[in-house]
Design a protein. Sequence first.
Lengths: 198, 198
Amino acid sequence: MDQAAIPEIDPKRARVLEGAARVFLNYGFARTTMDDIARAAEMSRPALYCLFRNKTDIFRAIALSMLDQTVETMRRELEGDRPFAERMMAAIDKSFIAMTSLVNGSAHGAELLDMKNSLARDIVISWRGETSALLAGEIRKEALRLGVDLPSQGLSAEGLADLLLDGLEGLKGRIAAVDLQREAARAIVHAIERAIRP
Amino acid sequence: MDQAAIPEIDPKRARVLEGAARVFLNYGFARTTMDDIARAAEMSRPALYCLFRNKTDIFRAIALSMLDQTVETMRRELEGDRPFAERMMAAIDKSFIAMTSLVNGSAHGAELLDMKNSLARDIVISWRGETSALLAGEIRKEALRLGVDLPSQGLSAEGLADLLLDGLEGLKGRIAAVDLQREAARAIVHAIERAIRP
DNA sequence: TATTGACAAAATGACGAAATTTGTCAAGCT
DNA sequence: AGCTTGACAAATTTCGTCATTTTGTCAATA
């Protein structure tokens, strides 16, 4: 929390991150120069180096910021006492699907996802862990509400959360239309719901 | 069936495919020359051109052959009247997990998987469709045996098969050890089994 | 103190020459 | 005949070099 919050509250850093994200999405990582980023953030190029060590760090900061925001959104949408499937779908829709559609609409979105697998691999792995734990907690809570002891049924909340995330990852690559993605996601949530019922 | 069988029965083509697969796994697609392949297949380079049009065709033929073999194996393992989960796990283990461990052990396995997404994209898509249909059929059969009407429960056999395949794809990337892969796969199958129960 | 213009070092791009690889022969072997 | 081969031109890749761009870090400035 602390490590993520301190850089976030600096408005200059935020300006760079927003501008850089725009440029990255339009030109891709390799084709954007620090000068592009400086102009997008309305400051001189050297000033960037007071805020970030280099281009890679900016990219990683963007990834961290977006993924943190995703987790935050997901956590918020999971609150409340609406039915399990409804909360899960809202969380998925507002975080996971929203993020992919943002990236899909842009020219170099795919390239940036590749970058996440190399330049920001550790950040993505950590995000995956957080998200998985968050969803697993929700699944565990729902099982408890239903009076089901998952382990004794040969199930694990973590395993089901991973299944959900892998399923979302898979459908993201296979289905282009957002509404069909939502529909497929709903099917996955429903399958999990049925798996954990008494 | 016919289209796949005709090239398979030619022993010379098979020799090329075996040799080329070895070389591709060691050096990657870009770094292997037709001469490498010819030597691995113990024939002269021009002779290759009597059997395949170019290097890409050889690669695609390897992909087609391996994936066809995977489907065949899966179909065979799904036969018989053993319990649902047992047959599913055997099918997954002998086809999907076996193939990934082959690729994982080799130097340029990852690169070749990338190639499958570009040079042989259509073949992989077709394989995915076949495999999905095969697994969906099995799921549908099991639901029928249990007297469960999937659509009326908000489930679809195809959706569950896709969930299974996406889950396998995901765990393949996340888990290195084969026995842990098997364990995670078993958890997915078990979740599906519970989802379709009455 | 935050920002800038300027500067050296490093990275990238361009481009012609050299070398390798490819695809296709006609000729040779069984 | 049928299959294989060495040889050859075309295409592609690699290499070495140099010009340009980009990066990261100053001291100077407002």
